[in-house]
Design a protein. Structure first.
Length: 142
């Protein structure tokens, strides 16, 4: 019996990754008249500012929609408040900068992207803290 995917162990625990379907045609880019999913959030591991493979896929799809749109994109980096406050601020900045760098590399005009950061915030639970280790991407008309 063939599996349709596999379980992998990541920073947030075990999760199921479905197997990619083989296609003879390239992936379709969503139609421009469909609304963009606003906002988009990307999660990071503790003490980590690198983009996961999953985040790169999301950003590549998003960039395809944003490239010629003329929209102003805001990338807000954030971190949880556990640990060293100075290090957390740097992580928030790095998360935003890495996301911006990737969007520019896949074709979103650099002049359309602004990066901001949010002060690190305490989460009530481990799940809350995990959600605070993120980048939030929003956009609006110029």
């Amino acid at each position: 019996m063939a599996a349709d995917g596999l379980f992998v162990l990541g920073w947030a625990g075990w999760r199921w990754l479905p197997r990619k379907k083989e296609r003879s045609e390239p992936d379709a880019v969503p139609a421009r008249d469909e609304p963009l999913p606003d906002p988009v959030s990307l999660l990071f591991g503790a003490e980590d500012a690198s983009l996961s493979a999953e985040a790169r896929v999301v950003l590549t799809d998003l960039a395809a929609r944003l490239k010629g749109s003329g929209l102003t994109v805001t990338v807000e980096g954030s971190a949880d408040a556990s640990g060293n406050p100075s290090r957390n601020r740097k992580l928030a900045v790095l998360r935003g900068a890495n996301t911006r760098r990737f969007l520019v590399a896949v074709g979103v005009p650099a002049g359309n992207i602004q990066v901001t950061t949010r002060e690190p915030v305490w989460g009530e639970t481990t799940v809350d803290r995990d959600r605070l280790r993120c980048v939030t991407i929003t956009w609006e008309d110029r």
